[in-house]
Design a protein. Structure first.
Length: 110
């Protein structure tokens, strides 16, 4: 199976991440062997995050904090991933919003 850009998805429906920080936490930079994959845009957009490589690796500490409702980490990750996705795919803010339903860039918010 491939995504809309022709990238092959693995057996779990994931494209390769558009980030290159393999081996370290994408949030705090900690080097860790036990990193956890996290879809930047979850809920209704989880599948799209997987298919477009909008996922990142987090250490257990950051991943646990994120899932215990640390809104700042979640917001930081969404903003960072939006920037990376727009750069990677050549999208405008509107292109991103069409795919993920919202703009997370502070200076671009309405």
């Amino acid at each position: 199976m491939k995504n809309e850009y022709g990238v092959t998805l693995d057996s779990n429906g994931y494209a390769a991440s558009i980030l290159t920080n393999i081996g370290q936490c994408a949030y705090c930079g900690r080097m860790d062997r036990a990193l956890q994959r996290h879809e930047a845009f979850h809920g209704a957009y989880r599948k799209k995050s997987k298919e477009l490589g909008c996922w990142l690796l987090l250490c257990n500490v950051c991943h646990d904090e994120l899932h215990h409702k640390d809104a700042e980490i979640d917001r930081d990750i969404k903003e960072y991933m939006q920037r990376k996705a727009m750069q990677h795919y050549g999208w405008s803010v509107d292109d991103f919003r069409q795919r993920f339903g919202k703009n997370y860039l502070e200076e671009e918010d309405e």
